[in-house]
Write a protein that binds this ligand. Structure first.
Ligand SMILES: C[S@@+](CC[C@H](N)C(=O)[O-])C[C@H]1O[C@@H](n2cnc3c(N)ncnc32)[C@H](O)[C@@H]1O
Length: 283
């Protein structure tokens, strides 16, 4: 509800992220409901963007949640949304780089959702986060993997050209839209002990005529990147027009799946076992 009131103020090229926050809300809340968030110490939500996840953690725990993102505009919108939602804990909106930020108090838990896919050095981020986390503390990571994206009937080839150009653009910025499958390895190499490795798979029977929200999100995200796609030489204007027209012309319902990978992990204590005192507070 708070998100909907804020939507009109979001810049057009960021609407896709806003819509994604709303659209993935039910699946996100269902996952967060099972997290051992504990009452003490600090939680850090890395790459908080519009802050939905940060607030949902604060709704479940009494302690501080540091919502870290280097986009001040998104954090300001997030803070306005959060004012309209009741939560027990306090959210500290923190404009900073996730690669270097150090919270001023001990950290017992962290989350990073749809962030690592954008980072040129995800291993460096995980090593930094591990250095901040208390022994036995939790890290919850969710990220995309386009390998779980399936459509039947197949989308038009000219549309696929646009989708592939978008993947290339993210790669040229140092990102990876298939990072999901790498998460267990990356976290293990950073010294975490894995407690859950799961795929959250969504399937929908989508009618283009109804202009489903997932289709709106797809179009908004592409429109927001149009200039960068053309300027970076990933796509010509003609390819863009042809792809978008082919997508719009495809009629009839489509079965679509999209998958994200979820990992829950703990920082290994020097003995290899989670600290018993922290265990009691967190579970
Ligand atoms: C897709 S959004 C995250 C969405 C959000 N976590 C959620 O669950 O709805 C990625 C965010 O990471 C932020 N970001 C990317 N790299 C960053 C960095 N190095 N430091 C701080 N924020 C960063 C971006 O500004 C963006 O808001």
């Amino acid at each position: 509800m708070a998100l909907i009131q804020e939507e009109a103020r979001v810049p057009p090229d960021d609407r896709w992220l806003f819509l994604q926050t709303a659209l993935t809300g039910p699946a996100r809340r269902e996952w967060v409901a099972h997290w051992p968030v504990g009452p003490l110490g600090a939680w850090v939500d890395w790459g908080a963007a519009y802050g939905a996840l940060s607030v949902e953690v604060a709704q479940r725990r009494g302690g501080a949640v540091y919502a870290v993102d280097w986009s001040r505009a998104r954090l300001e919108a997030a803070a306005r949304c959060a004012e309209r939602v009741a939560h027990r804990g306090i959210v500290l909106w923190t404009a900073a780089d996730v690669m270097t930020y150090r919270p001023p108090e001990p950290v017992v838990g962290m989350s990073a959702r749809f962030l690592l896919q954008h980072l040129p050095d995800p291993a460096g981020a995980l090593a930094h986060w591990a250095s901040l986390l208390d022994e036995g503390g939790w890290l919850m990571v969710e990220d995309v993997d386009d390998g779980w994206t399936v459509e039947h009937p197949e989308p038009p080839a000219r549309w696929n050209t646009v989708v592939m150009a978008l993947q290339q653009l993210q790669k040229s910025r140092g990102g990876d839209r298939q990072i999901g499958r790498r998460l267990p390895q990356l976290l293990t190499e950073a010294g975490f002990v894995l407690a859950e490795t799961d795929v959250a798979l969504q399937g929908a029977w989508v009618s283009p005529e109804a202009f489903a929200l997932s289709r709106q999100l797809e179009r908004l995200r592409l429109d927001g990147e149009r200039e960068a796609l053309l300027a970076g030489g990933h796509l010509t204007a003609a390819e863009w027009e042809a792809g978008v027209a082919a997508r719009a012309a495809a009629t009839g319902p489509v079965f679509m799946t999209a998958g994200t990978i979820r990992v829950r992990a703990r920082k290994r204590a020097p003995t290899g076992a989670p600290r018993a005192d922290l265990e009691r507070l967190l579970t």
